[in-house]
Ligand binder design. Structure first.
Ligand SMILES: *[C@@H]1O[C@H](CO)[C@@H](O)[C@H](O)[C@H]1NC(C)=O
Ligand SMILES: *[C@@H]1O[C@H](CO)[C@@H](O)[C@H](O)[C@H]1NC(C)=O
Ligand SMILES: *[C@@H]1O[C@H](CO)[C@@H](O)[C@H](O)[C@H]1NC(C)=O
Length: 313
């Protein structure tokens, strides 16, 4: 018991030291639930692997009917995703999504080629219509009937994956200043470049379809994107960082526009997210130690274990 509380005190101390020597200037200390989990550069990139793996499988299954294993056998081992399926996408979107999935395979390979990041077991993914539809229900705080089917059409698919990609982009933004290892910081910067470009492409497609009704429901794409953004912000518990495609003037760039293809803060700078915000959102529970949603058994790696061990909900 004593050694345990000692350890805890040690971590607290580390946290204080870490925060006070943080290279990010001008930021006041965020509230406890919005602070990063302490980790080495390798552990941070390892944490990111969970989400690159998710994105690769989601995109590859949806566009081709096969996952990461069919493209790069053995690159990252994991159980077969639950309910992953080919989506009914238009030809252009299908090619784009396949490309994005393939890109993640290369990114994951590049991470391993540094030889500085320990491999993880691919986490179990729940990509079933029901699991993804659960997020749509939560977004509208209602039981949508029929169940929201992410795979049914391009219009149904895009808002879901744009939300997934947004989260990953924000994690990349958040992690970069904390990568002390030079090689990994260079790699992380390049990953952010690719992931951000993808975000722009997905948001553009959404914006072009903002007024399209998501049938058989009665809401349009703009409303759906807005509700998902609100849900993500609620779950992550660290303020408004995801935003709709059309916003109030006060949230638009320079307070002069209501279009919001690329969300940002008051100076149009990208928002960042921490490990625990990621898990609260992807688990769909608002609790980083209570797995569910897309990761029924949680994510893997050192930081994931630390979050469970230290009960960093
Ligand atoms: C996948 O998600 C659905 C909907 O939430 C759930 O009913 C099912 O049990 C989940 N599967 C696993 C293995 O967690
Ligand atoms: C936009 O409005 C917000 C308050 O709603 C204010 O804090 C901000 O400074 C304004 N930005 C500009 C560029 O005027
Ligand atoms: C988060 O989940 C854990 C594990 O189920 C639970 O013990 C804890 O009380 C939850 N935390 C919050 C804030 O709900």
């Amino acid at each position: 018991m004593a050694s345990r509380s000692c350890l805890y005190a040690y971590f607290l101390l580390l946290l204080v030291v870490f925060q006070s020597t943080s290279p990010i200037k001008g930021n006041s200390l965020p509230p406890p639930q919005c602070r990063r989990v302490l980790g080495t550069s390798s552990e941070v990139i390892q944490f990111l692997l969970n989400f690159l793996y998710l994105e690769a499988n989601l995109y590859l299954y949806a566009s081709t009917g096969h996952g990461i294993d069919a493209v790069a056998p053995g690159l990252i081992q994991g159980p077969a995703p639950i309910g992953a399926q080919i989506a009914n996408l238009d030809a252009t979107t299908r090619k784009m999504i396949e490309e994005f999935g393939l890109e993640n395979v290369g990114i994951i390979r590049a991470i391993f080629e540094t030889k500085q990041v320990n491999p993880i077991q691919g986490p179990l993914l729940n990509l079933s219509v029901e699991a993804l539809g659960g997020f749509a229900n939560a977004a509208f705080n209602a039981e949508l009937t029929p169940t929201y089917n992410t795979y049914a059409t391009t219009i149904n698919f895009l808002p879901a994956i744009a939300a997934v990609n947004s989260f990953i982009r924000q994690y990349c933004v958040g992690m970069l200043p904390h990568l002390a290892n030079d090689d990994l910081q260079v790699l992380g910067t390049k990953i952010l470049g690719t992931v951000s470009a993808r975000f722009g492409a997905l948001r553009t497609l959404l914006y072009l379809n903002a007024n399209v009704i998501v049938s058989p429901y009665h809401f349009d794409v703009a409303t759906l994107v807005d509700r998902i953004a609100q849900l993500v912000n609620r779950l992550a518990m660290c303020g408004v960082k995801d935003e709709g495609l059309i916003v109030a003037l006060q949230l638009g760039a320079e307070n002069r526009t209501t279009t919001n293809v690329i969300p940002g803060d008051v100076n149009s700078l990208a928002f960042s997210r921490t490990e625990r915000e990621m898990l609260r959102g992807f688990y769909g529970t608002g609790n980083a130690t209570l797995p569910g949603g897309i990761f029924p058994h949680g994510v893997n790696g050192e930081l994931a274990e630390e979050i469970v061990r230290e009960r960093l909900s």
